[in-house]
Design a binder for this molecule. Structure first.
Ligand SMILES: NC(=O)c1ccc[n+]([C@@H]2O[C@H](COP(=O)([O-])OP(=O)(O)OC[C@H]3O[C@@H](n4cnc5c(N)ncnc54)[C@H](OP(=O)(O)O)[C@@H]3O)[C@@H](O)[C@H]2O)c1
Length: 262
């Protein structure tokens, strides 16, 4: 049976860079996102450049029924997913109570529920096979509360803790679980989430998605539990652990404030 790496949010940014890094290593791919045209041209390009089989599936992962359809199709077909990359995610910023609830709900559906559901259903098959690998994309935001981005930071804390728990749970069954915690990356994420990134750009704090993807794949190959690309980002969890929580909340809010739309 042919095996595939399934990547969510593969139509842009980090997901696209991860798809390319895995195709470069000869992995067959199933690319998942909502934008059909983008997925189609990415799948076509990766097939041509790397000679891998790159399939795509259009799926709104914030819609549980659409996830059911995707999983059903995978279960009925001859395609075995031996690497799941849960990358799709959205952000939101501003006073939580003033945000559109439908956006906040979508964030929870996508960043938390869809990720957990895919780990559950595809993880089940991996355990039955006695092998498989999962990479969940969190963020350095996972290590602390983020006032004015409370929902997003909390969703990433969930991803970090959930992935670490799952790692030890599934290791005896031959399934490896890693979590990626990048700092800010130059992707359309900020535009999609209506967050201003000009300050980060000015201070050259935005990483290149291709470099982050490469480090993520290295980390996966070494079966790292938590992959934090870049030395500056690796300091974040250490500093936060040493700092009083009240101070870390204040600093996070001070950093987030200038990114809010005026
Ligand atoms: N950029 C950063 O600074 C940064 C830092 C740390 C962590 N991260 C995390 O990295 C991951 C990738 O983000 P990115 O920076 O690459 O942002 P991005 O360019 O906005 O990519 C997000 C991807 O998720 C997909 N997506 C969004 N909503 C979806 C839905 N309802 N159903 C299916 N797919 C959906 C988008 O595709 P469609 O629009 O085609 O659906 C797109 O492919 C996210 O989990 C993000 O939280 C980003």
């Amino acid at each position: 049976m042919t095996t595939y790496a399934l990547i969510t949010g593969a139509s842009s940014g980090l997901g696209l860079a991860l798809a390319e890094a895995l195709a470069r290593r000869g992995r067959n791919l199933i690319l998942v996102a909502r934008q059909r045209d983008a997925l189609e041209s990415i799948a076509c390009e990766l097939t041509q450049r790397f000679g891998v089989e790159a399939l795509y599936r259009v799926c709104d992962l914030a819609e549980p029924m659409q996830i059911s359809g995707l999983i059903q199709e995978l279960e009925q077909g001859e395609r075995q997913v031996d690497l799941l990359v849960n990358n799709a995610g959205i952000g939101s910023a501003g006073l939580f109570v003033e945000q559109d609830w439908s956006r906040e709900q979508e964030l929870i559906e996508l960043n938390i529920l869809a990720l957990s559901r895919l780990c559950h259903d595809l993880g089940y098959h991996m355990v039955k096979q006695g092998r498989g690998q999962i990479l969940n994309v969190a963020s350095v935001a996972a290590f602390q509360p983020g006032p004015l981005m409370s929902n997003y930071f909390a969703s990433k804390a969930y991803v970090l803790h959930f992935s670490e728990g799952l790692r030890n749970e599934l290791a005896p069954h031959g399934v490896k679980v890693s979590v990626l915690c990048p700092g800010p990356i130059a992707t359309p994420f900020f535009r999609h989430s209506q967050i201003r990134s000009s300050g980060l750009e000015r201070r050259q704090l935005l990483a290149n998605p291709e470099e982050v993807a490469l480090l993520a794949v290295h980390g996966l190959e070494r079966n790292r539990a938590i992959i934090i690309p870049g030395w500056r980002n690796r300091l974040v969890p250490l500093l936060i652990r040493l700092m009083p929580r009240a101070l870390s909340r204040r600093l996070a809010m001070r950093m987030i404030k200038p990114t809010l739309p005026r």
